[in-house]
Design a protein around this ligand. Structure first.
Ligand SMILES: O=C(O)CCC(=O)C(=O)O
Length: 264
């Protein structure tokens, strides 16, 4: 359950951190599944590589083709909080598993998610929440997600698409805006065990540094959208990056909190 205090934190800061929400057993199940997926590179459209052309950067939309990650979208502890924050039923709009591997996991330059969702994907309002799930223990050295508290109030009308030196083009934020927002709000980078979860407003400014440490820092980003907020016309981005949401139906919670239990 999302408490009133947690909701107030989310509204004030643009994110709320729930340490250990999914627990170690679920985290281990997801880690094992990621290893299996990466060991079977049967479809190159399922994974974006880093600019070295070898290191996996992001596994794209596994909820569409992997039963365990499909179940994750229906985990009751995620679904009830996302629904409470948005005030209505939700569907899984997009998911990625950012692999940020040990030694050579690359950066995610500073950005807000919503400008691309609005300009490129035609999602009418920011009535969405990005559910960020730690797949590994996160510490100050393995590239924790950094966020600027309060930056969800800044409305960026048209950030330019760029690759910022990585293999992934996105609408990254201008340096002058980042400077001003960080001067105002500072930076927070939650750390904690695998299975922890951050619920983040899609307008919160965020990014992460490269991972030089010997520890991976895999992070799931699962964007839940309010069912009244589906795209008005199909995204200009390819369907393996942004799935078609025309048939979106509300997610129903699993009966169990264990991802390993396959019964409904
Ligand atoms: O994995 C990361 O550090 C960045 C995630 C991110 O930027 C996103 O999901 O939009």
């Amino acid at each position: 359950m999302m408490t009133d205090d947690q909701k107030a934190t989310y509204r004030r800061d643009g994110f709320v951190y729930c340490p250990d929400l999914l627990g170690a057993e679920n985290a281990r199940a997801m880690q094992d599944e990621v290893q299996t997926i990466l060991g079977n590179p049967e479809d190159s459209q399922r994974t974006i590589l880093e600019k070295d052309g070898q290191t996996p950067r992001t596994i794209l939309n596994p909820q569409l083709w992997n039963p365990l990650f499909a179940r994750l979208t229906r985990h009751p502890d995620l679904l009830d909080r996302a629904t409470a924050l948005l005030g209505e039923d939700v569907y899984a709009w997009q998911m990625g598993i950012n692999c940020k591997q040990a030694f050579n996991g690359d950066i995610w330059f500073w950005h807000q998610d919503y400008p691309a969702y609005f300009i490129d994907d035609h999602i009418p309002t920011p009535r969405m929440v990005n559910v960020l799930i730690f797949l590994d223990d996160v510490n100050p050295h393995n590239g924790p997600l950094m966020m600027v508290p309060g930056s969800h109030r800044y409305e960026d009308k048209n950030p330019q698409a760029a690759d910022e030196g990585t293999s992934y083009t996105f609408r990254y934020t201008d340096r002058a805006v980042i400077e001003a927002e960080v001067r105002r709000g500072g930076i927070e980078a939650p750390t904690g065990p695998a299975g922890s979860v951050i619920f983040m407003d899609v307008n919160t400014l965020h990014g992460s540094a490269a991972n030089l440490s010997p520890w991976p820092r895999r992070l799931i980003t699962l964007t839940m959208n309010a069912i009244s907020n589906t795209s008005t016309t199909p995204s200009v981005r390819p369907r393996h990056i942004v799935p078609d949401d025309r048939d979106a139906t509300p997610l129903q919670p699993l009966k169990s909190t264990s991802l390993l239990e396959t019964c409904e």
